[in-house]
Design a protein around this ligand. Structure first.
Ligand code: SAH
Length: 376
């Protein structure tokens, strides 16, 4: 069996909820509390070898080896940013698909940006993942595995503190698995992260946002707005023809009412497309009807895309106008830009020789990345 194959006959324990795990161990004639012990090994100790689970009876460990397995996504490559401390990971899944995740350490805050799908079907014109097309949804195990695999690499007993669903894919288009993953990340038996430290970012699937609002979660929701008129938003994001600005903002308002949290509007600033003075005034008007803050993300340039990043003074002008009236988060000059790990730059490359994590220069980016093959 190669590393990437999971035995078909064995049940994968990763990704199961406590309830599902309890049913499973009881079905094997074991007491219910074994489920909690198992979860602690999986999510607190990040252990994948049953023989190392020393507080389980030997007979049960044997049973587990025969009947169960723990999926474990494989790090194919990692690229370390020269400019900041971001690390981009290329993972291989059990079926050979590849996805990317990004580790963004910042003093005491250790954020992992996870993918929710292999590729993306939303086809946003300014996003590298959108240009890849859609391959498949990730399972909740594969989503949580990204955090665990990165957690395992942290030195000095450090823990991942925040998770953002801003990697490849549209999390709300993979609704059930995203929800299960959020629950596993936040439950005490799982990764035990406070809900407010998880951010789900959406292109604006209004019905799914409304459904998400009813789940009773206290996590953060980010909405990629990116334009102030439907004409421009449709040009950038084809999904806008289905769910136009008024609809997504209404769904965002439902989220704020249900969760008690504000919503974060993300606004990718693109030169001469959505960075004008009128846009800045219009966004203030849209924001005035909603409990929200604005994240201005200067466009990260990508291959096969004519859009450009605005000049710094233009970015500053936009921020100044909006921040006079509304809450604007400090401008996020995305981390990991030199390793194409910044917002919207994640794209795996499919070819005959398989997929490799390419150096930034191959993406048409002039900066270079320190590149480490897996295992280094
Ligand atoms: N599908 C989700 C999450 C993935 S994209 C969503 O749309 O929110 C995460 C964020 O990166 C979004 O806010 C998106 O607008 C932004 N983004 C995409 N491409 C970008 C680029 N080239 N430069 C800067 N930000 C980008």
């Amino acid at each position: 069996m190669t590393h990437t194959e999971l035995p078909m006959s064995k049940v994968n324990l990763m990704g199961l909820s406590l309830l599902e795990l309890e049913e499973l161990v009881e079905g094997w004639g074991e007491p219910k509390f074994r489920a909690k012990q198992l979860m602690s090994w999986l999510y607190h100790h990040c252990e994948t070898d049953f023989q190392m689970m020393t507080n389980l009876p030997k007979s049960f460990r044997r049973k587990l080896s025969d009947a169960a397995c723990i999926s474990d996504i494989r790090v194919c490559a990692r690229a370390v940013s020269d400019k900041d401390s971001a690390v981009k990971y290329l993972f291989e899944l059990n079926d050979g698909s590849r996805i990317e995740s990004v580790l963004m350490p910042d003093r005491n805050r250790i954020t992992v940006c996870v993918s929710s799908q292999v590729g993306c079907a939303m086809a946003c014109d300014f996003c590298a993942t959108g240009k890849m097309g859609f391959f498949r949804n990730l399972s909740s195990a594969e989503i949580v595995d990204q955090v665990i695999a990165i957690q395992r690499e942290l030195e000095g007993g450090k823990n991942v503190t925040h998770v953002v669903f801003m990697g490849m894919g549209e999390p709300l288009a993979n609704y059930d698995q995203t929800l299960n993953a959020v629950r596993l990340m936040t439950c005490v038996e799982g990764l035990a992260l406070p809900e407010r430290r998880i951010t789900v970012s959406t292109v604006g699937l209004a019905p799914r946002m409304r459904q998400f609002a009813r789940e009773g979660l206290k996590c953060q929701l980010a909405l990629s707005l990116n334009a102030t008129t439907d004409k421009v938003r449709t040009r950038l994001m084809p999904i806008n023809t289905r769910y136009p600005i008024a609809d997504v903002l209404d769904a965002a308002r439902e989220w704020t009412l249900a969760s008690g949290n504000s919503v974060t509007l993300e606004y990718v600033l693109i030169r001469d497309v959505n960075d004008g003075v009128e846009d800045a005034h219009r966004i203030c008007k849209l924001m005035s009807r909603l409990r929200c803050k604005l994240n201005i993300i200067p466009f990260n340039e990508i291959e096969d895309c004519e859009f450009r990043r605005p000049e710094t003074n233009r970015i500053e002008q936009f921020r100044r106008i909006v921040s006079k009236k509304c809450y604007v988060a400090p401008i996020r000059f995305s981390k990991g830009k030199d390793i194409t790990a910044a917002c919207g730059q994640l794209r795996t490359v499919y070819g005959n020789q398989g997929i490799t994590l390419r150096k930034a220069s191959q993406y048409g980016n002039t900066q270079t990345a320190t590149f480490y093959p897996a295992g280094v």
